[in-house]
Design a protein around this ligand. Structure first.
Ligand SMILES: [Zn+2]
Length: 78
């Protein structure tokens, strides 16, 4: 039973351990055609790395806090 399904974009950001499809490339079938579905092992591999959405949110928060700190510095000086 799967509780949290990863976004396809995130699953595609890792290399598939099953068919060897490189990042941002769809999984390949044994016939060589690109598959509409990703291999389960790829989802497992993607689950081990941090989701890109969380990463960008953390980056945004860091930039925002740095900006606020900078503004405070300006106001304190004047
Ligand atoms: Zn695959």
């Amino acid at each position: 039973m799967r509780t949290n399904k990863l976004p396809l974009k995130h699953v595609l950001s890792v290399r598939c351990p099953m068919c060897g499809a490189p990042p941002r490339t769809k999984c390949k079938l044994s016939s060589g055609q690109s598959s509409l579905q990703v291999h389960f092992d790829r989802e497992k591999a993607a689950a081990k790395v941090a989701a890109p959405d969380n990463f960008s949110q953390a980056t945004l928060r860091f930039v925002w806090e740095t900006t606020l700190r900078g503004f405070r510095g300006i106001f304190q000086k004047s």
